[in-house]
Design a protein around this ligand. Structure first.
Ligand code: FE2
Ligand code: FE2
Length: 410
């Protein structure tokens, strides 16, 4: 109601003052009428007030009726874009990127679907015509209708998403938290909010938006699909003595779409990295549970198969979010896992047997990308020996004893 009153008050003042002025006073009055209509729209929570179409365009009547307001909104947006030091977009895990409205060339690479939450802007043409575009207009600083929010989220296709409002703050945070909750990426609102603020500190919601989410997800969670029972091992994922790898794999694969079977960095690659690491560990003395966790997490947050800086760090962050819930790991071992994930692309060599084994295991699978592993990039003696030989097959039997263990990834 605050925005309804503010817009109405501002509109009334502009209208009265504009009428009283000579010359360009009509322009002020025109702008005032626009604000007055927006005030009414806020009171009735009508995001359709600007007539935004599902293809992201604004109709001619909207430009005619609200021209001064549209020009004012665009000018303020560009001013903030140019003067604000905030990044245009920030990655969450699981192929979700959030941010402000972007110009065509600013769209992060590899995005499959753009979700536009603005009601007041026409979407730039390149975004509308490029990846699959979905419009879900919400008034600035306001909330959507919960009856249409959930079906809309359910209708979103798999694949990397770019979710944006005008500045990538309130509306973006609200929608993304709802998405994280609906897709069971997070268990609580606090967890989802913390995840968003960690990536984009400016993505804060107002009280109305927080109350809206509290009403939707503050009580019981939406019904969660029954987890797959793939394990022959212990049911308790949080046991201190073992990690239930099949359940962990199942959880990560579900939570980190998209990784289709054709992806060179998808689960097939993770499994080969795990096998390679188990082979290497027979001689390097690496910590088995750490290298297996590395295999699972190091590429799970990749957005695509191209240049994706930061995906290792995102993988480490994701592993941290599951630590204590899905698996336990000592601080010392988690530091190894975290470092190995974060630096697996940029790191050259590492003398630590566990980190070296992780990186060698990953680099020995370069054949999938048509590259022959180079011994010069190996950290361990055994890695160099295998790379020198050209193929890993003579040593595959070394991993079999581990891969037959209960709790080993399928
Ligand atoms: Fe990677
Ligand atoms: Fe990898």
């Amino acid at each position: 109601m605050k925005y309804a009153l503010l817009n109405s008050l501002l509109g009334s003042i502009m209208l009265v003052y504009g009428i009283g002025l000579t010359g360009a006073g009509w322009l002020l009055a025109w702008l005032g009428i626009g604000f007055l209509i927006i005030g009414i729209a806020y009171a009735r929570r009508k995001a359709a007030v600007f007539g935004k179409r599902s293809d992201g365009t604004l109709p001619l009547w909207s430009w005619a009726a609200f021209l001064p307001l549209h020009l004012y909104t665009l000018a303020v947006w560009h001013l903030i874009r140019l003067l604000s030091g905030e990044s245009a977009s920030d990655s969450l895990r699981g192929g979700i990127v959030i941010g402000r409205r972007v110009l065509g060339h600013e769209l992060p690479y590899g995005i499959a679907t753009v979700v536009d939450l603005t009601a007041e802007f026409q979407e730039p043409a390149r975004l509308r015509s490029g990846p699959s575009y979905r419009s879900f207009p919400i008034l600035d600083a306001s909330v959507p209708d919960s009856d249409i929010l959930r079906p809309f989220i359910a209708s979103l296709p798999a694949g990397p998403l770019y979710i944006h409002c005008a500045q990538g703050h309130g509306r973006t945070a609200l929608f993304t938290i709802a998405l994280l909750m609906e897709r069971h990426h997070c268990q609580t609102l606090d967890e989802a909010q913390a995840m968003i603020l960690q990536s984009r500190p400016g993505a804060r919601m107002n009280r109305q938006q927080q109350a809206f989410l509290q009403g939707l997800y503050g009580g019981d969670r939406p019904e969660k699909p029954a987890p797959e029972r793939t394990s022959q091992g212990p049911d308790d994922l949080t046991t201190n003595t073992s990690i239930n790898f099949p359940k962990l794999w199942s959880h990560v694969i579900t939570a980190c779409p998209p990784h289709d079977s054709f992806s060179i960095h998808g689960p097939d690659h993770w499994r080969r990295v795990e096998r390679n690491a188990l082979i290497l560990a027979t001689r390097t003395g690496a910590k088995i549970h750490v290298v297996r966790l590395f295999a699972l997490f190091h590429d799970c947050c990749r957005l695509h198969d191209g240049w994706d800086p930061g995906h290792g760090k995102e993988g480490a962050k994701y592993a941290a979010s599951l630590r204590g819930q899905m698996f336990h790991l000592s601080d010392e071992d988690f530091d190894l896992l975290s470092y190995a994930c974060e630096w697996h692309t940029e790191g050259k060599h590492n003398a630590d047997p566990t980190i070296g084994t992780c990186w060698d295991a990953d680099r020995l699978d370069l054949g999938r990308a048509g590259m022959i592993p180079n011994p010069a990039y190996m950290s361990t003696e055994f890695g160099r020996e295998i790379a020198d030989h050209g193929v890993i097959h003579p040593w595959v039997h070394l991993a079999e004893s581990h891969q037959n263990e209960p709790g080993t990834a399928p």
